[in-house]
Design a protein around this ligand. Structure first.
Ligand SMILES: Cc1cc2nc3c(=O)[nH]c(=O)nc-3n(C[C@H](O)[C@H](O)[C@H](O)COP(=O)(O)OP(=O)(O)OC[C@H]3O[C@@H](n4cnc5c(N)ncnc54)[C@H](O)[C@@H]3O)c2cc1C
Length: 607
């Protein structure tokens, strides 16, 4: 039996419409059941945005939610960390329906536990830390960023090896080396912290490694040799941000997270490391960030799916919801969020492929910026198009926006990642999704042309024949101010190519013809929006005639119209449930307000 459109609801659709099912398949793959289970358990936490708590009280919600969700799941946190799809499903739904939980999610699972799993040796000290992290008895945190800047391999915090003490003394010799802003300020919450610091061995600088510290325990409070101070609050996404200044904070030998690749001999006299390049030691140490970047990407795109679905649901009930000016913004957001969701799912699949492991860091330098940027932009747009309702916390948008804003900075700032990606110039065009569409389209070809042109420009500037400091010698073109701008432009172009390609692949693979049409329309809207916004570049490079510019607009309009007609189906495919206390997600938002206001059956009968 075929479903008619009016039987499909944008929120909480339970039916078996084949188009909805096919689109869901492209977003969730074979893990829809895992996502449904995660959704159910996360919803059970009841984490509605609160109106009357102080910032510190709000920041204090996350540790309780962490313990509660681990209890509900019934698995130790390290097993969840190791299961990339399970971890992703819970992170994604935390972003949607428990935004407070998301603030500690990646720090706990990907970074702290991830560091122990990746670089641990199984030592009892590490296992004891894991046991506490497994239940959420202690919250895991990575303290990487320093006040002097992200610093990468130039970090300044020091960890001096002391053979007599059989451990390390951590200290911050300068203001710039002080750690900030990990979430460690709350004096009541036990924290297990992985510090990044330079290993100083017999006076030699051996590069940056990770050191596992029981920073704060219930019994003993803050560890000796470290001072922690509260940093300022943010507007939303409340976290107990702090600076940490160590002055001989002791970490035992077993707290050194160098796995088998970086070790200190039993007699404490020699340091051995498989990695000869000191700067590479830092990159290898901080590899757990890759999982965090993946989880932040898909989590924020999930919140954006909710944001789009909420606006589709709400605008249908509003007198001017069908206005084309509102609809243009809405379907442009919907297209980006759908295509970004497909890309996120594909990258998660790809991240469990052993053949892709070496390339994952490069993938994530492109994917995290593009997905978190799409998410934040879509959420801001949908919030704005929902007027006042979109600004009320009960409808979640302010919390989602704050989460996306933070995620664009945390675990690799957007522009820093884009610059790093752009440094590899031609390597970016080798980032290809499995099952790339066999039939290309002219708008995708135009994006690829820009990608190749920018990569070639950077390649020539940094070519193998070239010696000396090419960054300074580089002569920028277009809107670039210097070589980093071009690198970022290239990374963004690659990101858009991947988003568009992902939706095209979804169109190819869809079992339902209507779903294929919608997926391709989303790909087209993303691509053509990009071409429209960069028409100056295409003009300057003689890549666009007035006729082509007109065709871009015509095609963009034609594909937007397809999404306008199918927006309910698309929202239903996002699988967003009614959110507690959020009128925009109710089938009748006026009734939802009536319910919240506790108006009775006869309240309005007198008039
Ligand atoms: C919500 C949130 C949670 C966080 N949690 C933690 C945590 O738990 N632990 C932790 O250690 N840190 C944490 N951080 C800090 C975060 O990792 C850093 O803020 C981030 O790495 C950026 O560093 P920065 O703030 O020093 O910005 P900067 O490094 O100053 O970057 C600002 C801008 O400077 C430019 N820039 C910087 N570096 C370069 C470069 N190399 N090349 C070109 N341009 C550059 C870019 O334009 C960039 O956007 C968190 C941050 C946020 C927002």
């Amino acid at each position: 039996m075929t479903t008619t459109l009016d039987q499909i609801s944008p929120i909480g659709y339970q039916g078996d419409d084949p188009t909805v099912a096919a689109l869901r398949d492209s977003i969730y793959g074979p893990y829809l059941a895992t996502h449904r289970k995660a959704r159910e358990l996360i919803m059970r936490l009841g984490d509605v945005p609160p109106d009357h708590l102080t910032y510190a009280m709000e920041a204090g919600i996350a540790p309780d939610l962490l313990r509660a969700v681990l209890g509900e799941i019934g698995l130790p946190a390290h097993e969840i960390t190791a299961d990339i799809h399970l971890r992703g499903a819970f992170g994604d739904w935390a972003a949607v329906a428990a935004p407070h939980l998301l603030t500690v999610w990646t720090g706990h699972f990907d970074l702290a536990i991830g560091a122990i799993l990746t670089h641990g040796t199984g030592a009892p000290y590490q296992q004891n830390c894991l046991t506490e992290l497994d239940t959420g008895a202690a919250v895991g945190v990575l303290a990487l960023t320093e006040l002097g800047g992200t610093n990468g391999a130039d970090q300044q915090m020091e960890a001096r090896w002391d053979p007599d003490a059989d451990g390390f003394w951590l200290s911050n010799p300068t203001i710039g080396s002080v750690k900030g802003p990990p979430n460690i300020a709350d004096p009541t919450v036990p924290k297990i912290v992985v510090f990044s610091a330079r290993l100083i061995f017999e006076g030699r600088d051996e590069g940056v490694f990770l050191f596992l510290s029981r920073l704060r325990t219930l019994d003993e409070g803050l560890a000796d040799g470290v001072e922690v101070g509260e940093m300022s609050s943010k507007l939303g996404a409340a976290m107990d941000h702090a600076w940490a200044r160590a002055d001989r904070l002791f970490v035992p030998r077993a707290g050194f997270l160098g796995g088998q690749w970086a070790t200190i001999t039993d007699d404490g006299a020699e340091f051995r490391c498989d990695e000869p390049d000191i700067r590479q030691r830092c990159h290898r140490s901080i590899s757990p960030l890759i999982g965090g970047r993946l989880d932040l990407s898909t989590a924020n795109i999930s919140a954006a799916r909710a944001g789009v679905a909420g606006l589709i649901n709400y605008s249908k009930q509003r007198p001017h919801g069908h206005s084309d000016v509102l609809q243009r913004d809405l379907v442009t957001s919907a297209a980006h969020v759908y295509a970004g969701s497909v890309l996120g799912r594909m990258i998660r699949d790809l991240s469990v492929d052993p053949a892709q492991q070496a390339r994952l860091p490069l993938w994530m330098t492109v994917v995290k910026p593009v997905l978190t940027t799409i998410a934040e932009k879509a959420l801001r747009t949908c919030s704005a198009r929902a007027g006042a309702q979109g600004q009320l916390r009960c409808n979640y948008y302010p919390d989602w926006i704050a989460g996306a804003r933070g995620s664009k900075t945390a675990e690799g700032d957007t522009q820093v990642l884009e610059k790093a990606a752009g440094r590899t110039h031609h390597a970016l065009s080798t980032l290809k999704l499995p099952g790339a569409p066999t039939v290309s389209s002219w708008w995708l070809d135009m994006i690829i042309t820009r990608e190749h042109t920018l990569a070639l420009d950077l390649y020539i500037a940094s070519g193998i024949e070239h010696s000396g400091s090419y960054d300074e010698e580089y002569e920028p073109k277009g809107t670039a101010l210097g070589i980093d701008s071009t690198r970022a432009d290239l990374a963004r172009t690659t990101g858009v190519r991947l988003v568009v390609t992902a939706a095209l692949i979804a169109g190819d693979q869809a079992t339902d013809p209507a779903a294929a049409t919608i997926a391709r329309a989303c790909a087209a809207v993303v691509a053509l929006t990009y071409l429209d916004r960069h028409s100056g570049w295409y003009n300057a490079h003689s890549q666009q005639s007035p006729d082509l510019a007109e065709e871009i607009h015509d095609e963009l309009r034609r594909n937007r119209v397809i999404i306008v007609a199918n927006q309910t189906v698309l929202a239903a495919a996002f699988d967003i449930p009614e959110l507690s206390g959020a009128p925009m997600f109710a089938p009748d938002y006026l009734q939802a307000w009536s319910h919240l206001a506790e108006w009775g059956e006869h309240t309005f009968t007198a008039q």
